[in-house]
Design a protein around this ligand. Structure first.
Ligand code: SF4
Length: 165
């Protein structure tokens, strides 16, 4: 087994995380990354610790990209709503918990989406945002971690003050 196995220099840790060496040094100074060993004057860190940080950074980036994509899709949907009404306008069944509706009835609601002029935009937003509930583009969504509370529960065509708590 190599003497260095499982250990990285700060430069290698920087490369693995896609950050500058100075950033890795800052993590060490702040106690966010532990020095496992000194090799002369070189600080060595555990590869497994660096991989945890790399994964966290990657998840944060994915979340950021996902949020901005959802915002873009929502902007496109709201713009289209100024021109056309959604087929679900005023239909409160679309906001029900799917467990309270039988399968056939849910199928009927999905058919309403099929003929909606905003279907593609609605689906693009729902896929990016994963709304906490209700039917969007023929698909019922269930609660998940909120990333954009300002859009929470809002239906297409609903004004901000009408937002469901
Ligand atoms: S949920 Fe979306 S696709 Fe379905 S009717 Fe409403 S706006 Fe249209």
């Amino acid at each position: 087994m190599s003497e260095r196995e499982g250990l990285l220099t700060t430069a290698e840790a920087a490369k693995l995380t896609g950050r500058a060496t100075n950033t890795v040094m800052r993590w060490i100074r702040r106690g966010e990354l532990e020095v496992a060993r000194m090799d002369g004057r070189q600080q060595m860190v555990r590869q497994s610790d660096v991989q945890v940080i790399a994964r966290r950074l990657q998840e944060a980036e994915l979340l950021r990209v996902g949020q901005s994509r959802a915002a873009e899709q929502y902007a496109a949907l709201t713009e289209a709503l100024t021109e056309q009404d959604p087929a679900c306008l005023g239909n409160e069944w679309f906001t029900f918990d799917p467990d309270d509706l039988d399968t056939d009835f849910r199928g009927e609601l999905a058919k309403i989406c099929d003929r909606c002029p905003l279907f593609d935009l609605c689906r693009a937003f729902a896929v990016a945002e994963h709304p906490a509930g209700g039917m969007w583009a023929g698909h019922y969504y269930t609660p998940k971690t909120w990333t954009r509370p300002d859009l929470r529960g809002r239906r297409p065509g609903q004004k901000r003050e009408e937002t469901t708590p």
